[in-house]
Ligand binder design. Structure first.
Ligand SMILES: C[S@@+](CC[C@H](N)C(=O)[O-])C[C@H]1O[C@@H](n2cnc3c(N)ncnc32)[C@H](O)[C@@H]1O
Length: 402
């Protein structure tokens, strides 16, 4: 376990040398005993175990941090930390505000402070109640040649800061290994911000946050941003004060793009046409289907009032949506679907679903295809309120695009 003492060792010369050696070895689970035996030749058991754990966490952390090999984590803190892509994306908005001092509230191991401290001319204060995390954050910023002021503080009280006009707040959304769904259960709970006095404040929320829980904040001028990376929904951010906006927007942090609400009406309804279009999940959560159609400049239609699949006669070439060619569609009936697949020489399918009671695994099992022949995508969804199946070719989304 990483404690203040084991961290001091790992951050010192002997610890760094041990970690550098471990980074060249196979750290797979099967190697645990031989690796520990080897480490224990020079180190007491607790330091050996802490070194191996950190070496493994660094490997895992490479998915989030470009300098993971020089950083310090605990398993929980790494799990909770923001990765570079989203933290840099949020930092860009703070840069637009022109703030010279920023606070990173509940800074953890510094995933967000890293990006904020990279802004030119900006001084960051990182606050957390956990002294170990503050120490890790300090070391992690140093790994990037960056620095911040670190303050131990309990954020259930107003932050002990003066002269800081803008802040980012990242409350914990897990406790004791459990995910916390309500913003009232976050640690600290979201409503602590009501007592804070910043000119601009952004709060990271779970991507699945219930919009009803945000009404009192959005009525007061806060806007909700839904952020995806690589087509995967990562988080929601509540922006208030000078960085607030009306409604909900969608961003693809990896592409550096945002779609803003324009009050566009949702696309009209239609039966499936030549293409099936699945909007980026950030668009779906932000409720911007009409804005997406306007942005793409192609006529798009909804298959159903309650489902976010779209259809159209032309494929939208865009990173905001995935596209499949529709070969056939029918009201869902297992026998009929199986016959339609066989007729087309399709023996293997991937099943996607939205609004279907049947799981993809059950659908594949019940279809009893022979595994030979062509491959296709079967989409189980609602078309005008009727459970339906679409047979589509494989994903035809271009690999890049705006
Ligand atoms: C989601 S993590 C922050 C992750 C961080 N943004 C990062 O990228 O590393 C939440 C943090 O809230 C801190 N925290 C929880 N309750 C707190 C409180 N009452 N006061 C201050 N910090 C608190 C935890 O110690 C934890 O580091």
């Amino acid at each position: 376990m990483l404690t203040a003492q084991t961290f001091r060792f790992l951050a010192g010369p002997q610890g760094r040398a041990t970690l550098a050696r471990l980074a060249t070895l196979d750290l797979g689970d099967a190697q645990t005993l031989p690796l520990l035996a080897r480490l224990r030749r020079d180190l007491p058991a607790d330091l050996a175990a802490a070194a191996l754990t950190l070496a493994r966490l660094r490997v895992r952390a490479a998915a989030k941090f470009s300098r993971a090999e020089a950083m310090f984590f605990t398993a929980d803190a790494l799990e909770q930390a923001s990765g570079e892509t989203v933290s840099a994306w949020r930092a860009r908005r703070f840069a637009e505000g022109g703030y010279v001092r920023l606070a990173d509230l509940a800074c953890g191991i510094g995933g967000d402070a890293l990006a904020l401290a990279a802004l030119p001319g900006v001084r960051v204060a990182g606050l957390d109640c956990d002294p170990l995390r503050l120490a890790l954050a300090r070391a992690n910023l140093a790994a990037y040649g960056r620095a911040a002021d670190w303050v131990r503080a309990d954020l259930t009280d107003p932050p002990p800061l003066s002269g800081v006009r803008a802040a980012f707040f990242d409350p914990a959304r897990r406790a004791d290994g459990r995910r916390l769904f309500s913003v009232r259960d976050y640690v600290p709970p979201l409503d602590v911000i009501r007592r804070w006095r910043f000119d601009a404040l952004a709060v990271k929320l779970a991507p699945g946050v219930a919009l009803e829980e945000l009404v009192s904040y959005t009525r007061a001028g806060a806007g909700a941003e839904f952020v995806s990376v690589g087509g995967e929904l990562k988080e929601a951010v509540l922006w208030s004060g000078e960085l607030g906006f009306a409604g909900r927007c969608a961003s693809r942090a990896d592409a550096g793009e945002t779609l803003w609400p324009l009050g566009a009406p949702p696309p009209p309804l239609s039966a499936p046409r030549a293409y099936l279009v699945e909007p980026d999940p950030a668009i779906i959560r932000a409720g911007l289907l009409g804005e997406l159609a306007a942005h793409l400049g192609v006529a798009l239609y909804r298959l159903d009032e309650s489902i976010a699949y779209l259809t159209g006669d032309a494929p939208p070439r865009s990173g905001w949506a995935r596209t499949w060619t529709v070969l056939a569609w029918m009201p869902f009936q297992l026998k009929r679907l199986r016959a339609a697949l066989r007729e087309r020489g399709i023996g293997r399918v991937t099943v996607k679903k939205r609004g279907s009671p049947l799981s993809p695994e059950d659908a594949i099992r019940l279809l009893k295809l022979d595994g030979d022949g062509e491959e296709a995508v079967v989409v189980l969804t609602q078309v005008a309120g009727r459970h339906s199946a679409l047979i589509c070719t494989r994903d035809e989304t271009p690999p890049t695009g705006n």
